[in-house]
Design a binder for this molecule. Sequence first.
Ligand code: PLP
Length: 354
Amino acid sequence: MNALMIDIEALIRPNIRALKPYRSARQDYSSGVLLDANENAFGSAITFEGLDLNRYPDPFQTALRSRLAQLHGVQRENLFVGVGSDEVIDLLLRIFCEPEKDAVLILEPTYGMYRVAADVNNVRVDSCLLTDEFQINLEAAKQRTKADTKVIFCCSPNNPTGNLLNRADILSLCARTSAIVVADEAYTDFAQSEPLISDLERFPNLVVLRTLSKAWGLAAIRLGYAIAHPQIISYLMKVKSPYNINILTSTEALKALDNTNHVQRSVASVAAERQRLVRELSTFRFVEKVFPSDANFLLVRCSDARSLHRRLAQRGIIVRDRTSEPKLENCLRISVGTPEQDDLLLNALRELEQ
Ligand SMILES: Cc1ncc(COP(=O)(O)O)c(C=O)c1O
């Protein structure tokens, strides 16, 4: 199928296509004598940097979306901001997948929220295993994509395996299926790869997800975003709750986006520590394999992951046990820490090796 022929409108759930979205007060007026939104005219319980905390924030997030669009060389109409990319994942399911009828395809092992979000929305989850190199099994994925497969999630770099998926394979799914292909690039800043954003014009069914939670170090403010065809963005705007992004988050995000130095520094620090951890972890007797990583974590296969996870936790070192995931028997996922934190991890492992 020629991707350019894909009719996005036809993929939208009929009730969403017909939806009359909520019209919020701040949509029409944001200045003047504001007596239209049942806000507290007598001020807010606390103050913060002169912000009007008593007023509902901009429902369109115009300034923030413009700034992010500028950062990525796209238009504001290509950009949607959510309460973390987790909110965007949920909204995409709600827009495209009819509960009890449609399906999503996930490429496992992968980020657990795709399945959870589908389960919450009562949408069937079809799964296709990644290859032994944790790449897309293209033939199997295409076979698993049926007429009712509305969304395919491709996580690159993939959580928890850490590797980039082959870009050509993701684009092949865009070109050869009629589903929406979500490329979740939460960890892309840590990788050396050409961003998929440059392919959006060719593939209207491609949705790129990004987040400020990783390289920007802002997991607590909850800001993720989608970059996609304006038609998809307009539906995301239609179904979101009116004031999903609060003013504290958007103000702090706007400030942070000027600090690209932080991203450069943290990416460099992660790369250096990641390299050290790969080297050091590989020397332990109980470590069987440290998988190559393009992200800020490492997947490590050990002789007994459950026991190692427990014994590290007893020493206050918390890593993630992924052993129950398909293809990840005896695997731990270890986030790259600061040099001091990584020393503590390595020292604990040395103790355990005695
Ligand atoms: C692949 C992937 N996508 C999305 C997210 C969620 O990001 P956010 O904090 O923006 O909701 C995570 C969080 O760990 C992740 O690993």
